[in-house]
Design a protein around this ligand. Structure first.
Ligand code: CA
Length: 229
């Protein structure tokens, strides 16, 4: 997941807590904006496209429960974490009733908030992609959208290059013979006269490895290829 593009809105009226959360999120690569009351929170939510909300409950003008209900009436998807000093079971239940996905009682440790944020974002990603993401380090292939990225870089592949990469990723860490690759990716029985596999592996190398110091595609002399870190 590309964290730099993950925008989090924090609605929190206590400046100390707000800046503590903002600093922590930014240190961890998220982008974060703060609203200091419920009305401002609603206005900012309506005006921009956020990926996750962190709402305090006791807020001026509009409390976190009301705000969450309003947001849920027009947006079912966005993950919401409630943050509050109130910690009884009743409070938690009304938080969940209003549509929050998770609940954190103050005072909390930042790393616990971070763990909950990551777990919610991961759940969303899995729900959106049906779990159809193949990954090795910073290389990611989305089988639903056909998007391929390495780190920040978007990579355009031809259909065959894409199929080859998917096969390598599905078998990462395993040496694949040219025969295996020819059968699975080209659906042909390998004819020793052709070097099509090597040609395509080189195309793929240029696109996913050439500009990166850490190479992922490795040649196993005399056997074939392996994708590994
Ligand atoms: Ca408060």
């Amino acid at each position: 997941m590309n964290q730099e593009n993950t925008r989090i809105l924090v609605v929190e009226d206590e400046p100390k807590v707000a800046s503590f959360v903002k600093r922590g999120l930014e240190e961890n690569g998220f982008s974060c904006e703060i609203a200091f009351d419920g009305l401002m929170g609603k206005r900012m939510f309506d005006a921009a496209d956020y990926d996750l909300l962190i709402l305090d409950i006791n807020l001026p003008y509009k409390n976190g429960i009301e705000l969450c209900k309003e947001i849920r009436s027009c947006n079912q998807k966005i993950p919401v974490i409630m943050l509050t000093a109130l910690g009884t079971t009743e409070d938690k239940l009304s938080g969940f009733d209003s549509g929050a996905d998770d609940y954190l009682v103050k005072p909390f440790e930042f790393r616990e908030l971070l763990a909950r944020i990551r777990s919610l974002l991961k759940r969303i990603l899995i729900a959106e992609t049906g779990g159809n993401i193949l990954k090795l380090l910073d290389l990611e292939v989305n089988l639903n959208t056909y998007e391929v990225t390495r780190g920040e870089k978007k990579i355009d592949l031809t259909q065959k290059e894409f199929a080859l990469l998917v096969y390598l990723l599905q078998n990462k860490g395993r040496v694949l013979s040219r025969t295996d690759i020819a059968e699975k990716v080209w659906d042909i029985n390998f004819d020793t006269g052709t070097n099509i596999i090597d040609v395509y592996v080189n195309f793929l190398r240029k696109k996913i490895d050439r500009d990166f110091s850490l190479k992922l595609i490795h040649t196993q002399t005399g056997i074939g290829y392996i994708l590994k870190a």
